[in-house]
Write a protein that binds this ligand. Structure first.
Ligand code: AMP
Length: 549
């Protein structure tokens, strides 16, 4: 028998309508480099969103299901695009501005974007690509920038403010099917072509509710969140949508992502929360160590995207800032786990829980699958590949207009779970600890060595700024770890001392023989260690490696 309850589609337009009315006085503040940030209330953003939808439909002819791209920093205008495009029934396609040009060209052509929003400061990136983007007909430019390069190109150029001025302020949002596409992000594509994950209105709505739960980020209208994680990186981890549900103020750094300006905006605007990958927090820590600043307004920081080194968490504890570890992927919207310890523990007892990737929320089911395909127990010891399913987890990848979605076997199990490619263990009470990426784990003499464990141990050494460990071929053992280390300025530590330091916490047979000092760990477009670059440098003989006896 069916229920007697109403069934109202879970739509992005409903989140917008709620935010702009019930939380109309909450604010998005965008850093401009000027003494005062640009401030815009949710009510103003809402009105401008309605105008923008009118402009897109009435002037540019944007249709339902059409992908509309953004090449933008985190700012108020990007939030407006976030709400206008899906609410009118089109699909927001955020472009990762740090990708190599050929990948951006692939992605825009694959999505067949006809309209691109761009920040004026990013025109030097877009203009050279445009001759290779035959589907693009309209470029909407927001903010100052040199527009002259656009004149000779066969595109119509619109100024964002001119485009939305004098438009009607009430757009009749269509009553869409909640399973329809609302937004898409391509994965960063470390292997093969980038793949498009398409979020639905329903998945965004449910994910936003999860982000708002106390067991996740748990923010309220009394909070301000500093959204450092880019809006093109899995929808800024869901924050723009989640904040419109609960009236959380957003502080947007725009292009000012260097440690100095970040420290300044924290000190001046006093956000209570922030979200970013570990590289950002490493950089900020170095900055405030050199030039002390007060970061203590940030009561909670969500850190994820790659493993948070324990030493980093400890250093921020000392500054009065609590880093809370989270795990997720483009394919998981991204919220998968968050590491809030169980109730009733002392700070010392909480520590091991805080170092895990965290606990699964009710909406995400998880299982570990061993090398032989068997489902492993949650005993904190059996390591396998993590598989997940739930209503904000991808079931397939976009395969072009009208084509059947892609379901590669290495990404989806026969019974429909997402294979994450992450290897780890789960404790009986549901805390996930990742030990590696499936492709980064070091297989030495039939045993697995965790590259992450070695990296964390190395980064706990006072002379080490960063360290990445990769598997390299070894005649005797199959593979062995290569430690690549970035030393802090002025350090004189040697490899024997580093190995002895590792030996205090790590089994002897796992200690690396091969060592090299590098200037910086190569990073991917979203700030993760790019281990394939290190493996290639090693294979090409480009690294000066010392082998200890
Ligand atoms: P992306 O789709 O670019 O966000 O990348 C997702 C991948 O980032 C995951 O599959 C993990 O390998 C990695 N990742 C994300 N969060 C964490 C974390 N807290 N600890 C370790 N790895 C993480």
């Amino acid at each position: 028998m069916l229920s007697t309850m109403q069934d109202v589609p879970l739509l992005v337009s409903r989140i917008l309508q709620h935010g702009m009315t019930i939380h109309g006085s909450s604010q998005v503040s965008t850093w401009t480099g000027e003494p005062e940030p640009q401030r815009r209330s949710f009510a103003e953003i809402g009105t401008r969103t309605h105008r923008l939808a009118h402009a897109l439909r009435d002037e540019l002819g944007v249709r339902q299901d059409e992908r509309v791209a953004t090449l933008m920093w985190n700012n108020a205008e990007h939030v407006e695009a976030y709400f206008a495009i899906p609410s009118m029934g089109a699909v927001l396609h955020t472009l990762n501005l740090r990708l190599p040009p050929e990948q951006l060209v692939f992605i825009v052509n694959h999505a067949a974007d006809r309209v691109v929003f761009v920040n004026g400061s990013l025109l030097p990136l877009l203009v050279p690509l445009l001759p290779h983007l035959p589907t693009v007909e309209h470029v909407i430019v927001s903010g100052p920038g040199d527009r002259s390069g656009l004149e000779a190109l066969p595109v119509r150029v619109h100024d964002y403010e001119d485009l939305i001025a004098d438009r009607p302020t009430a757009y009749p949002w269509p009553e869409l099917d909640e399973r329809q596409a609302a937004a898409m992000c391509y994965t960063s594509g470390t292997t093969g072509d980038p793949k498009g994950v398409v979020y639905s209105h329903r998945s965004i709505y449910l994910h936003s509710m999860q982000v708002n739960m106390t067991e996740s980020m748990g923010l309220t209208g009394r909070d301000t969140t500093l959204v450092v994680v880019p809006q093109f990186h899995v929808n800024a981890w869901g924050l723009p949508h989640a904040t419109f549900m609960t009236g959380v103020n957003m502080l947007m750094p725009d292009r000012f992502l260097q440690p100095g300006p970040l420290a300044e905006m924290i000190e001046r605007e006093k956000p209570s929360h922030a979200a970013a990958v570990p590289t950002i927090w490493q950089g900020l820590l170095a900055e405030v160590t050199a030039n002390p600043r007060d970061l203590s307004s940030m009561k909670q920081v969500t850190i994820g995207g790659s493993a948070c080194p324990p030493a980093l968490m400890e250093a921020y504890d000392r500054l009065g800032v609590r880093l809370c570890h989270a795990w997720g992927m483009t394919e998981t919207s991204p919220l998968g786990t968050m590491a809030h310890p169980p109730a009733g523990l002392t700070a010392e007892e909480e520590w091991p829980y805080r170092l895990t990737q965290g606990r699964f929320p009710a909406g995400v089911e998880a299982r570990l699958v061993g090398p032989g395909g068997d489902v492993l127990p949650w005993d904190g010891a059996s390591a396998g590949e993590l598989e997940v399913r739930g209503n904000w987890i991808a079931a397939a990848y976009y395969n072009g207009d009208g084509a059947e979605p892609l379901r590669p076997e290495d990404k989806f199990s026969a019974d429909g779970w997402l294979k994450t490619g992450d290897v780890g263990v789960i404790s009986a009470d549901g805390y996930l600890t990742l030990t590696d990426r499936a492709k980064d784990v070091i297989k030495s003499g039939g045993e697995w060595i965790s590259s992450v464990e070695l990296e964390n141990a190395l980064m706990a050494h006072p002379d080490v700024a960063e360290a990445a460990v990769v598997a390299v071929p070894d005649e005797k053992w199959g593979e062995r770890p290569l430690a690549t280390v970035v030393l802090k300025p002025g350090s004189t530590v040697d490899y024997d001392a580093l190995r002895a330091f590792l030996g205090e916490t790590i089994a002897k047979w796992q200690l690396p023989e091969r060592w090299t000092v590098i200037d910086a760990v190569p990073k991917t477009s979203v700030g993760k260690f790019d281990k394939k670059v290190i493996r290639k440098q090693y294979a090409d003989g480009a690294l000066e490696v010392t082998t200890l006896g």
